[in-house]
Design a protein around this ligand. Structure first.
Ligand code: NAP
Length: 328
């Protein structure tokens, strides 16, 4: 059993990741740390966790954990990941693990110097629905891929929410744009070459609230938008010479509706729906990470993969500032 400590009482930890770790076969939550000991105790009691700490530093220095899960505000991910690695703990850190590609290079150096595992918590990388999309594309189920479309939007104008506070790493691209970047790369096994983008910022918050992006992947294009002040929507469509694949609720099917892939192949007269129920992507993530940390051959999101993903996001910001095509 890999023993996790959770750094903070963040909502995603409370509602989703702590239960998933407790549910997993090869890991367990052994400690919770909060800036406020009583909050740590409350959460520890709720999940029958034996240890609670009133500071993150104390938990990192303790020997009751082997690994940390970090769901802090995004601007704090890099510093706390490095501190945890220096304390000899493996790290599963929430997305976006960094806000700039050069910081991921620092994380790679920290990982190698301290001989620990560091992974960004991209739960979609462990979802059966995405494994199926990869297989369908690789098997030529839609012929040759020509175009990918994507959207991920929600409405949140809460001035207290991390997503609307620049100092905490707010913004639509770091919060949800990263999923579209990861999903397109992961499904196709291809990297973007150049980007065109427009980005709109909230006049009050200063965070990016809408981005419309066109990415040239060489053999296909990917156009998508992300928004934090539009009605909820999640979709990805892969369109090829013979047909198309629509992925419904591609990122949070647990909260956003049915997890389904619809495959249409006009050449072979195929129309098929693949349904995935209870796919437990967070539990699979915890198990893969714990396996890899314990030396098993488990596929995880490597920092090298995260670095390429962040270069995609960095290029979107550059393209939207300069106009025209921007090389990734
Ligand atoms: N993978 C996913 O599905 C998913 C979903 C949602 C969010 N996320 C990611 O998870 C991270 C946390 O998101 P969240 O919405 O769960 O966060 P949240 O509820 O706002 O919690 C963040 C936690 O960080 C701690 N913290 C330390 N310094 C802080 C500061 N200056 N301001 C506010 N909180 C501070 C607080 O814990 P203590 O007071 O206990 O120390 C707080 O509870 C983000 O990076 C986000 O992108 C991932």
């Amino acid at each position: 059993m890999l023993r996790f400590g959770i750094l903070s009482t963040a909502k995603i930890g409370r509602t989703t990741v702590a239960p998933a770790i407790q549910d997993a076969e090869n890991c367990v939550v052994s400690a919770i740390a909060s800036r406020d000991l009583s909050r740590a105790r409350d959460m520890a009691d709720r999940f029958s966790v034996p240890h609670a700490f009133g500071s993150y530093e104390e938990m990192l220095a303790s020997d009751v954990i082997d690994a940390v899960y970090i769901p802090l505000p995004s601007s704090q991910h890099v510093d706390w990941t490095i501190k945890a690695a220096q304390a000899g703990k493996h790290v599963l850190c929430e997305k976006p693990i960094a806000l700039k590609a050069e910081d991921i290079e620092r994380l790679i150096a920290a990982r190698d110097a301290n001989k620990v595992l560091i992974c960004e918590a991209f739960m979609i990388a462990y979802a059966p629905v995405w494994k199926k999309v990869r297989e369908l594309l690789a098997d030529g189920a839609i012929g040759t891929l020509k175009h990918v479309q994507g959207a991920f939007t929600y409405f949140n104008r809460d001035a207290e929410n991390m997503r609307n506070i620049p100092e905490l790493g707010g913004g639509g691209l770091p919060d949800i744009g990263v999923y579209l970047a990861m999903a397109s790369r992961m499904a196709t096994g291809t990297e973007p070459l150049r980007i065109q983008a427009t980005t709109e910022r909230d006049p009050e918050f200063g965070t990016d609230i809408y981005s419309s992006v066109k990415a040239d992947f060489g053999s296909f294009d990917f156009s998508f938008y992300v928004a934090t002040q539009m009605a909820n929507r999640q979709v990805m469509v892969f369109h090829g010479t013979e047909g198309f694949i629509e992925v419904k609720s591609p990122f949070n099917a647990d909260r956003w509706g049915a997890e389904e892939i619809e495959l249409t192949n006009q050449k072979h007269d195929v129309s098929q729906i693949f349904r995935f129920q209870d796919s437990r992507q967070y539990k699979r993530q915890a198990e893969a990470f714990a396996g890899a940390a314990q030396g098993e051959k488990a596929e995880v999101v490597t920092l090298e993969n995260s670095l390429l993903n962040q270069r995609f996001i960095d290029a979107i910001y550059r393209a939207s500032e300069k106009g025209g095509w921007e090389a990734v």
